[in-house]
Write a protein that binds this ligand. Structure first.
Ligand SMILES: Nc1ncnc2c1ncn2[C@@H]1O[C@H](COP(=O)(O)OP(=O)(O)O)[C@@H](O)[C@H]1O
Ligand SMILES: [Mg+2]
Length: 287
């Protein structure tokens, strides 16, 4: 079990003439086995918060803790053992790959750094990760530019999962994907939550998805956390005007995958109880 806590986080950027407050006193908790949705309009501070959550950036005020200890050391670095446990999938998949390195070479890096697998072991693990994310392992030898946006985003997820992290921060991970691929990626994430107890912070502005996927959802608005709610509750009874506007724009009557599982309507075996349909919305919960 891992537990990431962001406590009273503020982040002020000192670029340009005036300081820019991107986050102002934000709290967020992410634990193993849960999916936390983070929604908010463009510029509300979602990416800033995601980067702080994995230690890529440091807050101006407030603290980030993993299992009760600071995420970063005295030098502001995330210790190696911690980095293995908390991984991130970036918003722009192309920018997150080294153009000079093959896809397999990129996925091999965290394996070289965090595991003692030999060359052969790494190759097998890369093929396994690529298959799990719906990629042909033959693409491992290709450079990033040879892959489509959807393939690259799946490779980014494969790379993030290489170290078998406890917690995964996904910054709009499906925004660039075709609807059918989007469903495949969402299914994979839910399956990892169910079978491996992965904890996922899911940053998105796709409300239909977050409404079905998230156990809890947090709403950012102009750098402040204006609302938080469990499962479908947030969308049934939104309080903040921004959340009310969001709720009005998403289809009603959607049921989160977990409530289906609890009510015994789920599928059999190790598969997720729901199925994400080709439109990216999890199937089966429509009343
Ligand atoms: N490195 C930076 N320097 C200055 N301002 C930034 C930087 N990164 C983000 N911002 C500003 O902080 C605000 C929040 O940005 P961001 O976290 O990217 O929001 P979101 O991901 O919700 O679109 C925006 O107004 C953005 O322009
Ligand atoms: Mg962003």
């Amino acid at each position: 079990m891992s537990r990431l806590e962001l406590l009273s986080i503020s982040r002020v950027y000192q670029s340009g003439a005036a300081p820019m407050t991107a986050l102002d006193g934000v709290d967020l908790v992410l634990a193993s086995g849960e999916i936390v949705g983070l929604v908010g309009e463009s510029g509300s501070g979602k990416t800033t918060l995601a980067r702080l959550a994995v230690g890529l950036d440091r807050p101006t005020a407030g603290t980030v803790m993993l299992d009760g200890r600071p995420l970063t050391d005295a030098h502001g670095r995330v210790p190696r053992a911690v980095r293995r446990r908390v991984q991130m999938v970036f918003q722009d998949p192309l920018a997150s790959f080294n153009p000079a390195r093959s896809i397999g070479g990129s996925i091999a890096l965290p394996l070289r750094f965090h595991t003692d697998l030999d060359r052969r072991g790494r190759r097998a693990r890369i093929a396994e990760l690529m298959t799990a994310t719906g990629l042909d392992p033959a693409l491992a030898t290709r450079p990033p530019r040879a892959l489509s946006g959807g393939q690259l985003q799946r490779a980014a997820i494969a790379r993030a999962l290489a170290t078998q992290p406890d917690l995964l921060v996904c910054d709009e991970p499906v925004a660039s994907l075709d609807v059918s691929v989007r469903a495949q990626v969402l299914n994979l994430l839910v399956r990892l939550v169910r079978t491996r107890g992965l904890g996922v912070l899911f940053v998105t502005h796709d409300l239909g998805v977050v409404q079905r996927l998230a156990d809890r959802t947090l709403v950012l608005w102009q750098g402040r956390m204006v609302e938080a709610g469990e499962g479908a509750e947030l969308w049934r009874n939104p309080q903040h005007p921004y959340t009310q506007a969001l709720a009005a724009a998403v289809p009603t009557g959607l049921e989160p995958w977990r409530s289906r599982r609890r009510s015994g309507l789920g599928g059999a075996g190790g598969e997720p109880a729901h199925h994400v349909a080709a439109d990216g919305i999890i199937e089966g919960g429509r009343r």
